[in-house]
Ligand binder design. Structure first.
Ligand code: HEC
Ligand code: HEC
Length: 412
């Protein structure tokens, strides 16, 4: 009895050993089942995710069986039956970033090895390689514009121009180079900024669960600074401000991208032609009438040039004033055409030259932003304008100080 069991164990091990050897070498169907199919499992992260936040995945290149997969890949020009090593699919998988994640590098090496082994085996298998060409599509089904939009470099660019530009407002309490005191009280979790690293910061925001994939408007990264949920740093900006719109522009788009909401190029959000970046300068408005100080306002700055005032504002400031001291103060954001290298401009901290400016005051006297936080100021909100001149040093002590226009008659 005992010897019988031992014998069968030995026999089984012998069979396993020979078949493992056989599989690794030549049985394309077995290699497919053992090494390729598991790569198609939904919960398996593929190396593609290192550069594509959504839209493409290795599983899109795998069918239910070896023949169907091989034929479709070959018909799509992705495998080369004559020289399997030169298959395009292998090039696609081998693509790696300069400084990649070691874990994904390991996954990539495994994927590459599995496909290399399987493609060579399948190319030698008369039944698989001899099958007629097929028109069955393989690969991602989304249009290229949607795939492009979901690339991580594009997601990061949107994060930079919509949220990273505001980091200075949060850094004092959330950046590890500045928040030692706050960390003592609230713990390391509070450090969701990685100093001088936009990509690292975005990764932290995601890992800390600060984005709500079910409802982007309920994301902590938005609701905390709005004061819609309790926030140790109180209200940092209000609904309807440029900052609110920009945070939501990023969050809405990020969530739509990650949850596969975009199917056609037409559904993708339009990119604004103008982008804003923080300057090193501050503007203070004094003698602000209560009727303005209590409302959301925006001040657009036009600069004097040889051709007169610039038609589009060169910079703007927005937010709420303080009725108690009749003042408004804010960081000035320069308006730049998208054609510039925005990521670089964000780091440069440009400075507006001194000289002549025209400040146009827009005030939400009808509280339209309260009803619709996406409301954009128009000519009917323009309450007045003020010219100023002279040098404009960086920093807030002192800021550039100008007087408010008088309350326009007939409004209030
Ligand atoms: C190192 C970054 C990187 C990795 C990893 C990567 N890709 Fe890409 N992929 C890109 C870039 C960048 C483009 C844009 C076009 C180009 O440069 O070729 C792109 C374009 C594509 C496109 C064409 C869409 C278009 O823009 O026309 C497809 C399909 C694609 N990748 C699939 C994959 C698959 C599948 C994987 C994983 C096996 C993968 N990629 C891994 C960076 C990467
Ligand atoms: C004056 C300090 C201060 C400033 C400035 C500040 N915060 Fe906070 N923030 C806190 C404190 C304290 C907490 C921890 C208590 C809490 O959760 O409210 C916190 C928590 C958070 C959290 C939750 C973090 C987590 O992992 O639970 C988010 C998100 C956040 N803040 C976003 C912001 C944003 C965005 C800004 C800038 C626009 C900002 N905060 C500016 C003090 C600040």
């Amino acid at each position: 009895m005992k010897t019988g069991i031992l014998q069968s164990i030995l026999l089984v091990s012998l069979i396993v050993a020979t078949s493992v050897h056989g599989i690794a070498d030549d049985n394309a169907n077995e290699v497919f089942a053992r090494r390729i199919l598991p790569l198609a499992k939904a919960d398996k992260p593929s190396s593609c995710t290192e550069c594509h936040a959504a839209g493409v995945n290795l599983s899109q290149y795998i069918r239910d069986d070896a023949s169907a997969t091989f034929v479709a890949l070959r018909s799509a020009g992705l495998v080369n039956s004559e020289q399997p090593e030169k298959s395009k699919l292998l090039e696609l998988i081998a693509r790696a970033p300069d400084k990649g994640d070691p874990l994904l590098a390991k996954i990539r090496a495994e994927e590459l090895e599995a496909f290399r082994t399987w493609i060579s085996a399948a190319a030698k298998d008369a039944q698989i390689a001899g099958a007629p060409a097929s028109s069955a599509p393989i690969g991602p089904t989304l249009p290229p514009e949607v795939i492009r939009h979901a690339r991580r470099d594009r997601v990061l660019a949107s994060f930079i121009e919509n949220i990273w530009i505001e980091r200075e407002r949060c850094a004092g309490c959330h950046s590890p180079d500045k928040n030692q005191r706050v960390v003592k009280e609230h713990g390391d979790q509070i450090s969701w900024i990685v100093s001088n690293d936009a990509a690292g910061t975005l990764a932290k925001i995601i890992n800390h669960g600060l984005i709500n994939l079910d409802d982007p408007n309920k994301s902590k990264i938005l609701q905390k600074p709005l004061g819609e949920v309790e926030h140790g740093g109180h209200v940092k900006f209000t609904r309807g401000t440029r900052t609110d719109k920009q945070f939501r522009r990023f969050l809405d788009d990020y969530v739509a991208t990650l949850t596969g909401k975009y199917h056609t190029a037409a559904e993708l959000p339009q990119q604004p032609d103008l982008v804003v970046v923080a300057t090193a300068q501050h503007l203070r408005v004094v003698e602000l009438p209560r009727a303005y100080a209590e409302k959301l306002m925006r001040i657009d700055l036009h600069r004097w040039t040889d051709d007169g005032w610039t038609s589009t504002p060169v910079a703007s400031v927005d937010g709420r004033g303080n009725p108690k001291n009749a003042m408004f103060q804010g960081v000035v954001f320069a308006t730049l055409p998208r054609t510039m290298d925005i990521a670089k401009e964000v780091e440069t901290r440009r400075q507006l030259p001194g000289g002549r400016y025209l400040a146009k005051f827009y005030v939400d006297q009808g509280d339209r932003t309260a009803k619709n936080r996406d409301y954009e100021f128009g000519e009917s909100d323009l309450v007045g304008q003020v010219e100023f001149d002279g040098p404009w040093p960086a920093g807030y002590s002192p800021p550039k100080i100008i007087k408010s226009p008088e309350v326009a008659s007939g409004r209030q």
